[in-house]
Design a protein around this ligand. Structure first.
Ligand code: HEC
Ligand code: HEC
Length: 147
C-alpha cells in the first residue's frame, strides 16, 4: 500500500514536470534571457571586455604587479604551473619575460630555494589580469603616490 502511494506520487510529479515543460514551450518567444538573446544565439564579446595589454604602474610599493596579458590559457594546478614556463629564472631569459623576484624563491623559514616556493605556487592568488570593463561599483581608491 505504502509502495503504491509512493509510485503514484512519483507519477504525479512526472506529470507536473511534463505539463510545466509544455507551458514553457508554448510561451516561446515571450521568454527573454538575461543577456537579451536566444540561448543558442552567438553574440560577440564587446571590445571593452578585451584584455588590456600594457604593463601597469604599481599603486603602492609592495603591490604584486598586475598581469598585463591574458591568463586563461595557462593552467595552474597541484602539479603543473604554465606561468613558470616563461617567468621562472631558468626560462625567463629565453622567453623575454620578467623573472620572478627573489622573494618567490624563499620558503617560510627564510631558506633560498632553486625552485619557486610553495607559498608562491598559485600565482593568481596575488597577480590578477585586468580587463577594460566598466566598473561594477564606484570606488575612490588612490594609490600611495596619489594617482
Ligand atoms: C608565454 C610566456 C608567458 C607566460 C606563459 C606567462 N607570462 Fe606573464 N609575462 C610575459 C611577458 C613577456 C611579460 C612582460 C610583458 C611586457 O613587458 O609588456 C609578462 C608580464 C607579467 C607580469 C607583470 C610583471 C611586471 O613587473 O609588471 C606578471 C605579474 C605576470 N606576467 C604574471 C604571469 C602569470 C601569473 C602567469 C600564469 C598565469 C603568466 N604571467 C604566464 C610572458 C608570459
Ligand atoms: C603571495 C603573493 C604572491 C604570489 C603567490 C606570487 N607572487 Fe609574484 N609578486 C608578488 C609581489 C608582492 C611582488 C612584488 C614584490 C616582489 O618582487 O616580491 C611580485 C612580483 C612578481 C613579478 C615581478 C618581478 C620583478 O622583479 O619585476 C613577477 C613577474 C611575478 N611576481 C610573477 C609571479 C608568478 C608567475 C607567480 C606564480 C608562480 C607569482 N608571481 C606568485 C606576490 C606574489
Amino acid at each position: 500500500m505504502k509502495k503504491q502511494a509512493i509510485i503514484s506520487a512519483i507519477a504525479a510529479a512526472a506529470l507536473f514536470a511534463v505539463s510545466g515543460f509544455a507551458i514553457a514551450q508554448s510561451t516561446g518567444d515571450s521568454v527573454k534571457s538575461l543577456r537579451g538573446a536566444q540561448v543558442d544565439e552567438a553574440i560577440g564579446v564587446e571590445d571593452v571586455f578585451h584584455q588590456d595589454e600594457q604593463r601597469f604602474t604599481r599603486n603602492y610599493r609592495q603591490q604584486p604587479p598586475l598581469v598585463p596579458h591574458s591568463i586563461d590559457q595557462y593552467q595552474i594546478d597541484l602539479k603543473a604551473n604554465r606561468c613558470l614556463s616563461c617567468h621562472d629564472w631558468t626560462t625567463a631569459g629565453e622567453r623575454n619575460a620578467p623573472t620572478l623576484s627573489m622573494t618567490h624563491y624563499m620558503d617560510r623559514s627564510g631558506n633560498q630555494l632553486d625552485r619557486v616556493a610553495g607559498t608562491r605556487w598559485f600565482c593568481n592568488q596575488c597577480h590578477v589580469p585586468q580587463a577594460d570593463a566598466p566598473a561594477l561599483v564606484d570606488n575612490t581608491f588612490k594609490g600611495s603616490t596619489g594617482n
